[in-house]
Design a protein around this ligand. Sequence first.
Ligand SMILES: [Zn+2]
Ligand SMILES: [Zn+2]
Ligand SMILES: [Zn+2]
Length: 264
Amino acid sequence: MAARSLQILFLGSGTSTGVPMIGCKCVTCRSSDPRDSRTRSSVLFRWHDGAALRQVLVDTSTDLRFQALREGLNRIDAVLYTHSHADHVHGLDELRSFNFIQKTDIPCYGSVETLEKIRSRFDYIFVPGGYEGGGLPKLTLHAVEDNFELFGMKIEVLPVRHGPTRVFGYRLGPIAYITDCNEMPEETLRKVRGARLFVVGATQRKSHPTHFNLDQAIEAIRKTGAQKGYITHMNHDLKHNEVSAELPPGVALAHDGLLLEEGL
Ligand SMILES: [Zn+2]
Ligand SMILES: [Zn+2]
Ligand SMILES: [Zn+2]
């Protein structure tokens, strides 16, 4: 990759069940188009920090092990958490494999409430004496509320609503990433403006109590003024080739394995 650029790799583009859904026989779930196979939503950001190539994961999805094997990942420098829902967090134990290779702790960032939920759900990792035998992931938890710097990159925190849950999106230079969201506050919209590439979650066509539907996500992309918008966190209602043909210019559906790059 170019020295002054930022990559975003879609590890997963699916909603909480993944696509295909277990037991479903719908046309998307039976599709032979690889873009209709969606693991749980997660992305990897990659940039050069001096001589080092940094790889920062957003969320540890339920499918992290499979995603890492598929993409040949062998290093994770840090994790940014969006929120504590199962599909975004439950692959956390897989970070252990990266600890084995790197022999360092992995710093994890998120809101106070997200990290609190992670601490209690994974008590065998974070409560001393809570586990015997086997290896434990070696992680450090860092609560963030505002912008911070990581490996020479400014990380902007983008709080949004996801029903009753507060979720963080993240903006790194030209790219903003927001997954689970049904309301983007004005302040967050201002922070996203100026990003060239905006990724946002849309679960389905019809309305949903805690997620944008497709039309709302397209409207959110339009409001930010981003030149390129990508939809993620999709369920089986959104068949890739059919929906792609209906989208306005500048908006596309993401898919697992999609790699995009923007200059810094
Ligand atoms: Zn989700
Ligand atoms: Zn289906
Ligand atoms: Zn969620």
